[in-house]
Design a protein around this ligand. Structure first.
Ligand code: GLC
Length: 456
């Protein structure tokens, strides 16, 4: 063989190796940290989104796990499917409510664990188009939210308590029913995995750009399900290929796989500090409910107050995270008044204080929050925000801030806050450079007042 020919063959081999690497490895595995940050920039800056849990479980109105909790059979549950008719559903109104509350993205349950699909999937009959309502619920929702400039996210349950090939496991409504277990022991999880693959692909191809994807959830181990059951790696590859910009959650059981997740998802609790993995700070989003349930729960009364919710949002941002706040619409298709009131009030606060939330993050380490205050920081504008939870009498001392602030104002009305600076002698040779804000005696008339500090 002449050398030209050998060279040609060699370069072909190199090219095909490169190509196969590219195809085999998930795209994100080759992403640098900067590229990932750029892909997630909109999400990190958004800070505040709306979760929507909606499905047949809105009818029993006693938790989205009702089928499981009450060990209902498919037959027991069928009545909800046969009667589902959210006649007042008006997604434009939902989108307006989210927008007014200051939310920048939304994530809706296209299918929850009950298996009911809110869109016209070609892989099942168990969908909204076959209920008395008769229409796809997702398409108009996506359009309505997009029209308000809100980014689109899909929640999809990996778990499925209705699919005929989904093997009964420790979380299944029929788990204690020996007869049922016996009767269904030949269910083939590979067939279910194919269904789930097809549905996720459908969701990622039929609705335009999908900005976030929330897959829920894995519980590997005995009588559980994890990456082998879901075929998570195959799924991941497809997701990254079809929607390379999507921001993906962490419940596919792929925590150790490069590109297997984009953010961690602490649920219903506030992490004590910025969430880390192997000692490194990572993007995170806490999902939280207004009250104890995700689906509409008529008689649940542990609703958080607006103030609590604002503090929740602020504290989340102060630790570098996002808040995904959940609404469980009713079976008529409406947000109930408890949710509406809170969204409205949060919106009032956000209109004046969005600047201390969007694009903000944890304050640089040298700034320690004084008692009853939460700090957030915008690294681009270099402004620091002091959220004052308990309005002090006239003065607020900021230890260590002296010499670092050039101007201070209340954020709600941009009125100047004057300050003085001095060295505080604490005895025993210790002293602190303290900046003292001179606050009005009367607390500003907002849920949580914020002082904006312009750094030197
Ligand atoms: C849990 C629950 C579920 C809820 C979800 C939200 O995994 O199973 O009902 O949808 O968390 O993060």
């Amino acid at each position: 063989m002449n050398s030209k020919c050998t060279r040609y063959i060699k370069s072909l081999a190199v090219a095909s190796l490169l190509l196969s690497l590219f195809i085999v490895l998930p795209i994100q595995a080759q992403e640098t940290e900067q590229q990932r940050e750029a892909r997630m920039k909109w999400w990190t800056e958004a800070r505040f989104g709306m979760f929507i849990h909606w499905g047949l479980y809105a009818m029993p109105a006693r938790h989205e796990w009702v089928k499981n909790r009450e060990r209902m059979t498919d037959e027991d549950y069928q009545k909800y499917f046969e009667l589902f008719n959210p006649d007042l559903y008006n997604p434009e109104e939902w989108a307006r409510d989210a927008k007014n509350a200051g939310m920048k993205y939304f994530v809706v349950t296209t299918k929850h664990h009950e298996g009911f699909c809110l869109w016209d999937s070609k892989y099942t009959d168990y969908k909204s188009t076959n209920t008395p309502y008769g229409k796809d619920l997702i398409k108009p929702m996506v359009n309505a939210f997009r029209n308000e400039g809100i980014r689109v996210g899909f929640y999809y349950s990996l778990i499925d308590w209705h699919h005929p090939e989904y093997p009964v496991d420790s979380r299944h409504p029929m788990r204690d029913n020996k007869e049922f277990r016996e009767k269904t022991k030949d269910r083939d999880v590979r067939k279910y995995a194919e269904y789930l693959y097809n549905q996720v692909r459908e969701l990622l191809t039929e609705f335009g750009q999908i900005d976030c994807l929330f897959l829920d959830f894995s519980f590997p181990g005995k009588d559980g399900k994890g990456r082998d059951d879901w075929q998570s790696e195959k799924l991941l590859k497809m997701i990254r290929q079809i929607q390379p910009n999507v921001v993906l959650n962490d419940r596919l059981d792929l925590l150790d796989v490069p590109g297997g997740w984009d953010f961690r998802t602490p649920e219903q609790y506030m992490p004590r500090e910025w969430v880390t993995v192997n000692g490194k700070k990572v993007p995170w989003e806490t999902c939280q409910t207004f009250s104890g349930s995700w689906g509409y729960y008529r008689d649940e009364t542990t609703w958080k107050s607006t103030r609590q919710l604002i503090v929740l949002l602020t504290e989340t941002v102060s630790k570098g995270g996002n808040l995904l706040l959940n609404v469980g619409p009713t079976a008529r298709g409406t947000f109930d008044n408890r949710a509406k009131d809170r969204l409205n009030e949060i919106g009032e606060w956000m209109k004046l204080h969005g600047r201390s939330i969007y694009g903000c993050t944890q304050a640089p380490e040298e700034f320690i929050a004084p008692e009853d205050c939460i700090l957030t920081y915008n690294p681009e504008t270099r402004r620091l925000y002091v959220h004052v939870l308990d309005w002090p009498m006239g003065r607020l001392h900021l230890d260590g801030f002296a010499g670092r602030v050039k101007y201070a104002q209340l954020l709600n009305d941009a009125s100047e806050v004057r300050f003085s600076q001095r060295r505080l002698r604490l005895g025993a040779g210790i002293s602190r450079e303290t900046l003292t804000l001179q606050l009005p005696v009367t607390k500003p008339g907002v849920a949580v007042p914020v002082i904006e500090l312009f750094l030197q």
